[in-house]
Design a protein around this ligand. Sequence first.
Ligand code: HSE
Length: 404
Amino acid sequence: MINIAILGYGTIGSGVVEVIDTNKDSISARAGDTINVKYVLDLRDFPGSPVEDKIVHDYNIILNDPEIKVVVEVMGGVEPAFTFVRDALVKGKSVATSNKALVAKHGAELLQIARENGSNFLFEASVGGGIPIIRPMYSSFTADEILEITGILNGTTNYMLTKMAGEGLEFDEVLKQAQDHGYAEKDPTADVEGYDACRKIAILTSLMCGRQVDFEDIYTEGITGIEATDFKYAKVINKSIKLFATSKVTDAGIVSMVSPVLIGPEHPLFSVNDVFNGILVKGNVLGDTMFYGSGAGKLPTASAVVADIVDLCKHFDRNIMMSWSKEKLTLADRKSMHHGFFVRVKGNIGDRIEEIGKAFPKAICIEAPGIAGEFAFVTEPMAESEYDSKVSQISDVIKMIRIE
Ligand code: HSE
């Protein structure tokens, strides 16, 4: 029997217990032994729940129990998760986590501690919910140089944008629906401002380059500025609006960005809707690979956590090597990134065509049905620095959305 402890009995923690129970025979067969949840650490008690007798409130009980081989951290947040995980690894216990805040900030350090103490640290569920993407990054792509990772990495905002596009609903209404489904973070600011996607692309980019990418260095825009009017224009030009998290190798180095983008049906991520996530990875020899699946939610995320538990059980005597050192990567300036731009401006096309044409000679102007007192134009692809200098020549800009 392999005894494990779960830290946190929230949405994911209870999902882990449910998945282990639902598929106990096949999971035990794959792990090589029966997996037994011996403890669940939480501040609360859960009378009447399946873990009623396993609840402990003192982490030291878990830490000092030599029978506990695997610790599952699904509490979220950086502290006390970091201290708990570090102490478990130092004691030679292996750890699986779904906690992207923890992994983005301390991933390299925790991997090193695991290596030095004969333990393992896995974090498949920290990016893409139930989609296998971390494991491919450190094992399947080892023959390639990764040139680009572009993902829809936040289920909450993708659900919201899909609803806004399809049903013409307002931002607040769709946010409430996403929260009711249990997709959103405790504080949904992390979802709608792009911070969640930012941490996820920081983790993927660190695995892409083998060095520490600090999420604070990634240019991040969320979807709080996206309105129903934007979708009316998007319809006219046959595009949809998505929140992209992207890292690309450019001549200037690796550039990373989180921002809403307009994409057309030719883009591989165009059909990634609702709570689903999609991740496009470009390798220099493999070419394009797409990953698609449930990016949030109790059971999909728990599925990835339990897969990590099984992997940990198979590697008690061997370190699972991941190239991610603490050496910091300095990202290139986002201004070197190239794309088209969709720009909404006040006024009408007839009065302003000359002014717009002077700054952006190749711009195409568009109007949306039912929208008065403004119009929009789209530009050809150019560097962000070029756009910044050209747009400063025109007045009354309402907003800009990048086009991929
Ligand atoms: N709030 C996150 C999301 C949960 O919506 O994608 C999964 O990380």
